[in-house]
Design a protein around this ligand. Structure first.
Ligand code: DOR
Length: 386
């Protein structure tokens, strides 16, 4: 078959290191079928699923279920991320060899809240035994209790309890020291503060094995978006201030931050149409990543080559996934993007079950038109209206 989309860009298949697909347990927000459909529509050939499901993915059985079920569904490939510890607040490490054997590509504290240094040290030592990267959420819970948003002038104005930057910075600093000590592969999830960027940059200059990701929303929005108490803008870590946003953009552009990850976090209307203090944190991201990031490219903030690297080669290296290349004879894992197509973000255009995004109603430029996984078309908008 011949496909012709004038002006389109052909990219290696996109990889998302950080998505919440909610299965098992919270299928009313998202399930594997809807989550993988959203991923394919967003141009992702591979996504890594965070373990904060119900139950948490802390066993071989859940990891195997995710692998088998997602393969049966087909389309975008799912790579499970196992939990670091057993149980929601446990300090007993999971059987990481089993998790890896069943298909996990990393382990993470997501949903487990590992802030104890002794547990982190053991987890880093143990994960490095199996060459599994450890993805940390970097939040000192003692400093974020009751926080609804970033701590600053806006939180004071709104009368809401804030989450200080240092809650992230202290964990990033400590864990980098522990990662250096244990020689583990340490990955920082959704960096959000200028302080964390500074610490990361210094660690990388010393050759420590640390990597990091940033989300589209932390690159585009600040806490000013919460002035109307918009629950769609409540997210962990919170939207910060201009100086953080600028530091994140610089760090992504110069490669200090390795990759872009969506932190796709679907929530139902029940969890968002309520008081800000009651609302669940998180926003959807899979289908908006490409247009939002192309917006930064078009503004001259992010070099196109860096955007592509941050969504393909960099995450594949961190998760140990085969690198997809565009060349004759290679298995086709490809994403075709029309960079000039404009469209308005609306609930009925999104494949994800949940519609919690502050970008609803906005007109964006850049559209995924085709996604191919292992030579099979898994998303095709070439024949449908843009
Ligand atoms: O805002 C967030 N929501 N941040 C996270 O790290 C988790 C996510 C979720 O699972 O809803």
């Amino acid at each position: 078959t011949e496909i012709s989309v004038p002006g389109a860009m052909l990219l290696p298949g996109l990889i998302d290191l950080h998505a919440h697909l909610r299965e098992p347990g919270q299928e009313y927000k998202e399930d594997l079928v809807s989550g993988l459909a959203a991923a394919a529509a967003g141009g992702f050939t591979d996504i890594c699923a965070m373990p904060n499901t119900r139950p948490v993915n802390d066993t071989r059985a859940i990891t195997e279920m995710l692998v088998h079920k997602s393969r049966a569904i087909g389309g975008t490939r799912l790579h499970p991320i196992g939990a670091i510890t057993l149980g929601q607040k446990g300090d007993t490490l999971t059987e990481m060899a089993d998790l890896k054997d069943a298909g996990a590509v990393a382990v993470s504290d997501d949903g487990h809240c590992v802030t104890r240094s002794d547990v982190m040290r053991r987890a880093l030592e143990y994960s490095s035994t199996f060459d599994l990267p450890l993805i940390q959420h970097c939040e000192d819970h003692a400093l974020t209790a009751g926080a609804q948003m970033h701590e600053g002038a806006v939180s004071t104005k709104l009368g809401l309890r804030g989450w200080p930057r240092v809650a992230e910075d202290v964990i990033v600093a400590r864990d980098i020291i522990l990662a250096e000590y244990t020689r583990a592969k340490y990955h920082i999830a959704h960096v959000s503060t200028m302080g964390a960027v500074r610490i990361l940059r210094e660690a990388k200059s010393r050759g420590i094995n640390v990597t990091a990701e940033v989300t589209p929303h932390h690159l585009l929005l600040t806490d000013a978006a919460l002035i109307g108490y918009d629950t769609a803008c409540k997210v962990n870590p919170p939207l910060r201030e201009d100086e953080d946003l600028l530091a994140l953009r610089d760090a992504l552009a110069d490669g200090t931050i390795d990759c872009i990850a969506t932190d796709h976090a679907p929530h139902s209307p029940l969890e968002k149409d309520c008081e800000l203090s009651e609302a669940s944190p998180g926003m959807i991201g899979l289908e908006l990543c490409i247009p939002l990031m192309l917006g930064l490219v078009n503004k001259g903030v992010l070099p196109l080559a860096r955007m592509v690297d941050a969504l393909t080669r960099a995450p594949s290296k961190i998760a140990g996934l085969p690198r997809t290349e565009i060349k004759e004879g290679a298995e086709a894992n490809l994403t075709l993007v029309d960079p000039a197509a404009s469209w308005t973000v609306s609930a009925d255009r999104l494949r994800t079950k949940s519609k919690n995004t502050p970008f609803l109603g906005q007109t964006v430029t850049g559209k995924v038109v085709l996604t191919i996984v292992s030579g099979t078309v898994v998303f095709d908008a070439t024949t449908k209206p843009a």
